[in-house]
Design a protein around this ligand. Structure first.
Ligand code: HPA
Length: 273
């Protein structure tokens, strides 16, 4: 089956299960708040029920699409995301973004947990991502192009929509939420970077580094979906901190910041401008 037809089959399956088409896609990073709790008229669809949909091999990972209302928007939230380090191809891990497109989504909000490189950052900071550096050295657009999705050579001069970023800045001001801005580089992982790698990321202009977000951003831009991404700095990167990294620490700091991030995302979604 052609890629387009496979995506269409997934979208058609989801369409039949929901009352209203989603307009905003949401992909949340580990520990970063449960937006789903504040949504209304929810429909939960396990990934494994959707034909063609990827399924995470990691045990205990929630794998559901949750479609529901928040204010005037109908959201399609991914409960459980896919990473390159799990062994998915770039195309597989961004598959849900292609499905979002066919369901009518035109805005995507992505969050993640990451390491801080900019010396002005500290654990717990939230960073509005202004641009990315694709140091995963692959991307979901490699291979045949289907013009029904997008052009062969997409522009990437504004990967994070200035309109949505402006909306996010205004929302943060209204809530008195302090935030940083910066460039996010993707590291394949799953190991945390070496100190030498962090010096490289620093020199090439990254303010933060993590293991996600960039593939979804590339797919969304190709599909004409406006993207907004907010990173939570859960730790300073290798060589810029005392002690060693741990996933427990990442989750703890992400959870501590999750509430603030959730309030921010909610304000962005319910605000008129
Ligand atoms: N590096 C990469 N990914 C991460 C980090 C980090 O320091 N912290 C949380 N996710």
């Amino acid at each position: 089956m052609e890629f387009y037809d496979k995506v269409k089959a997934s979208a058609d399956f989801i369409s039949k299960r929901i009352k209203e088409s989603p307009t905003v896609g949401v992909i949340l990073g580990s520990g970063l708040g449960d937006l789903v709790d504040i949504m209304e008229e929810k429909e939960v669809i396990p990934y494994r029920e959707i034909p063609g949909f990827p399924v995470s091999k990691v045990q205990g990972h929630a794998g559901n699409l949750v479609i529901g209302r928040l204010g005037k928007e109908v959201l399609m939230v991914m409960q459980g995301r896919f990473h390159y380090y799990e062994g998915f191809s770039m195309k597989e891990l961004t598959y849900p973004v292609f499905v979002m497109k066919l369901l009518g989504v035109d805005k995507l909000i992505v969050t993640n947990a990451c390491g801080g490189i900019n010396r002005g950052f500290k654990p717990g900071d939230l960073m509005l991502i202004t641009d990315f550096i694709n140091t995963a050295w692959s991307n979901p657009l490699i291979g045949d192009n289907d013009e029904r999705f997008g052009v062969r050579f997409p522009d990437m001069s504004e990967p994070y929509s200035s309109e949505l970023r402006e909306r996010a800045v205004k929302a943060a001001k209204r809530l008195s939420i302090d935030f940083k801005e910066g460039v996010y580089a993707i590291h394949q992982g799953p190991y945390y970077e070496t100190a030498a790698e962090i010096r490289m990321y620093d020199r090439i202009g990254a303010d933060a580094v993590g293991m996600s977000t960039v593939p979804e951003t590339i797919a969304a831009n190709y599909l004409g979906i406006k993207t907004l991404a907010i990173a939570c700095i859960t730790n300073m990167a290798t060589g810029l901190r005392e002690g060693k990294h741990s996933h427990e620490e990442v989750l703890r700091i992400a959870e501590e910041s999750g509430e603030r991030l959730l309030k921010w995302v909610k304000e962005i979604l319910v605000s008129e401008n």
